[in-house]
Design a protein around this ligand. Sequence first.
Ligand code: GCO
Length: 455
Amino acid sequence: MTKNLDFPKKFVWAVATSSYQIEGASDADGKGLSIWDTFTQIPGKIKNGDTGNIACDHYSRWREDIKLMKDLGVDAYRFSIAWSRILPKGNCGLINTKGLDFYESLVDALLEENITPFITLYHWDLPQALYELGGWPERMIVDAFAKYADIVSSRLGDRVKNWITHNEPWVVSTHGYLNGSHAPGHSNWKEALATAHHLMLSHGLAVKAIRSNAPDAKVGITLNLCPAVPASNSHEDHQATRIFDGEFNRWYLDPLFKGRYPADIINNHLKKTRVSENDLDFIKDGDLAVISEPIDFLGLNYYSRAIIRSDEIPDNQNAKPVVLCGEKTDIGWEIHADSLYQLLMRLKNEYPIKSIYITENGAAYNIGPDKNGNISDTKRIHYLKEHLSAVHRAISDGVSLDGYFAWTLMDNFEWAEGYTQKFGLVWMEPETLNRIKKDSFLWYQKTIHDNSILL
Ligand code: GCO
């Protein structure tokens, strides 16, 4: 039996992208280098030696991409600003007006088509010049980011009413400064923790800067949250799950919405001698008040859950796992839509959040055109359908969730995976960069048009 799930009348249907992943034009019109421009030059860091130098060439083809979005029927578009297009040297001595002009044209053209812009200020492409001054582990970065937020919002704040300060501080800290798989490729606990703190502190200052330029704007931050479940009922697996949740989720949610860091996680870092008490001196009096500046919405990126097994005891002494990993997408992430529902309910019950947008959700399926040129990505349609059902259920159960941004409009540069993992609703033809709509594009188009999914 089929059934329709109707969404609220004002529900925002949207897509998301980010600057380094799509723009290309890495040195056009006065842009400075970012840490991703330099990281991708290091042999062995990115699959196939791929770079974002050209990416989807969105910098030249943005009009075509707006047409695609118009055709898709989205209400909103989330994109990020490349900081080093605006401030090539990182500091405010040199503002590259051509960079601001580019984003202004994009914003104006979106508004012309009735597509609401959601700007992300930082989606990982730190100006190389600021990295050379110490980057995120150093406190000077906090003011640098606030100034950048001020410059962009003073130029665009009259038209852009939705702002996201940071995208996924956990990834910036963990992949950038702990496991080193992302730019700038460091591995150091103290740096990772200082990075996370400075990201959050700079978020608080940026919220104020944006509001002073655009008092009627809605301002938020995007976190990637990952629900965790213990693999077995053992005490050790439960403990490990609590720690995982603390490091991944509460480390960001608690400062933002409760004005404090989770004490159990600080104690765990100290116990494991990852850092000493003195190392944590980057947390200054008053910082948490800045970080917990009230925000208008939380952006949530959700892809998968984690099943946690303790490494404190040998596996054969631990209880037998009872939770097993289900089907995975091509990037190897488990598909688990119910965890999205559980996560949304938890956010509603545990944190005072005014409004939530799913600012990213999607799946990597690498299927390309068949001999007739059609791209039948039915597995992506299934993934989106399941996750939108979870969203619908959460809304029915009282979560104030105002919109959904599919990740992503078109196949693009997937960080350390290069171009091997394809999350797009639109296929990017490798040589020509021609855009070809996948079946999931047509499915999403109908969903948006009907404001409803058919199960
Ligand atoms: C992230 C980023 C995106 C990714 C997407 C798929 O969540 O990692 O915001 O830039 O491309 O999530 O991995």
